[in-house]
Design a protein around this ligand. Structure first.
Ligand code: AQP
Length: 325
């Protein structure tokens, strides 16, 4: 069975972008892959976080990953900081990664923009991500389009390490959905929807139906009145059409046909209904998981299984790099 690894940062409210770009793929992959999914709290620390909020969001994100349709008996779900091997391998890989590679990363440039101080963690973020993936000898990494560049760097690091120290890491492949890999912000379709952005820009997985309808009602559309997919000329409408098509499990072409001759008001109302139908079962399962206290138990078991699965690779890396083990 091929191995899958992916992580989600507890850096805000999980969005429909996180779901359509990543979590939805997790639920499919769990059927016939060995899956490790991780709440990457150490990654969240690369930007300032309020400690109590970070702790609460870590549990919330884990609950939402399960609620998205993941079966804790099939997958390993854990918190990154509960498995120290991630931080250890990250440090070891610092020795084979170049600062030029890190400062070229688009996400680093975007997140560093306008900040008075930039932490070393923000620059080193992709090394930790490489460590996450390489520790488990992962074959496939389901991610949205924004993480593709980081994954390419993880591949480069793996190849470089293997060439220098002998075959150790599996070189991972990205698994990026054809549609939905970059859901745009509601208030500015030129930007990616992000959980750490302002609430108006995203639909959170835990948003109640009236909030979803209100946010979509205010979503930026484009001039003209026609509901048609045209990413260049009509990025706002195209984004909503993509969300609608994915929520209804249909092609964008079919989605377009559903709105032929209809105006933006009906369009937005119908998109809201489709989004709410997608969110309803997730929200119900989330409440079940959290009220039963099952999430913590899943995370304890997951950390144990992840530590076991990663220990051999970490030991091999230490030996190969010349540490006394
Ligand atoms: N807008 C998006 N469209 C499609 N996929 C997306 N992902 C994120 N935003 C979109 C994918 O969701 C997974 C989890 O993301 P992450 O938590 O690791 O961090 P991120 O990529 O930085 O996502 P956010 O929501 O933008 O978080 P913040 O605001 O904290 O930076 C990843 O697979 C990601 O590609």
């Amino acid at each position: 069975m091929k191995r899958v690894f992916s992580g989600v940062q507890p850096s805000g409210n999980l969005t429909i972008g996180n779901y359509l770009g990543a979590l939805r793929q997790f639920t499919e992959l769990q059927q016939d892959h060995e899956c490790f999914f991780c709440v990457v709290d150490l990654h969240a620390l690369t930007l300032p976080q309020e400690p109590d909020t970070l702790r609460a969001k870590t549990l919330e994100v884990a609950g939402l990953i399960l609620a998205a349709g993941l079966d804790p008996k099939r997958i390993v779900l854990f918190v990154q900081s509960h498995v120290p091997a991630h931080a250890e391998l990250c440090w070891l890989l610092n020795g084979v990664t170049y600062t030029g590679e890190l400062s070229r990363m688009t996400q680093y440039k975007d997140k560093a923009k306008g900040r008075k101080v930039i932490t070393a963690g923000l620059l080193n973020y992709p090394i930790l991500m490489a460590a996450d993936i390489l520790l488990y000898r992962s074959d496939l990494v389901p991610v949205g389009a924004d993480q593709k560049q980081h994954l390419e760097l993880a591949r480069d690091i793996a190849i470089r390490f293997n060439n220098r120290f002998g075959n150790t890491f599996v070189v991972p492949e990205p698994f990026i959905p054809k549609v939905g890999a970059k859901i745009a912000a509601l208030d500015d379709p030129s930007k990616k929807m992000s959980k750490s952005d302002v609430a108006e820009s995203y639909i959170a997985l835990l948003d109640p139906p009236d909030v979803v309808a209100a946010k979509l009602g205010r979503a930026v559309t484009d001039s003209g009145r026609e509901v048609r997919y045209d990413a260049k000329e009509k990025p706002g409408v195209s984004n909503l059409l993509t969300i609608y098509a994915l929520c209804r499990g249909m092609s964008v072409k079919k989605a377009e046909a559903d709105f032929a001759g209809l105006g933006y008001a009906v369009f937005k109302k119908t998109v809201a209904e489709a989004v709410n139908e997608t969110l309803r079962p997730i929200q119900t399962r989330y409440r079940e998981f959290t009220s039963s206290g099952a999430v913590r138990q899943v995370l304890v078991e997951g950390a144990g299984r992840a530590a076991e699965a990663s220990s051999l690779v970490l030991r091999q890396v230490k030996e190969k790099m010349g540490l006394l083990v």
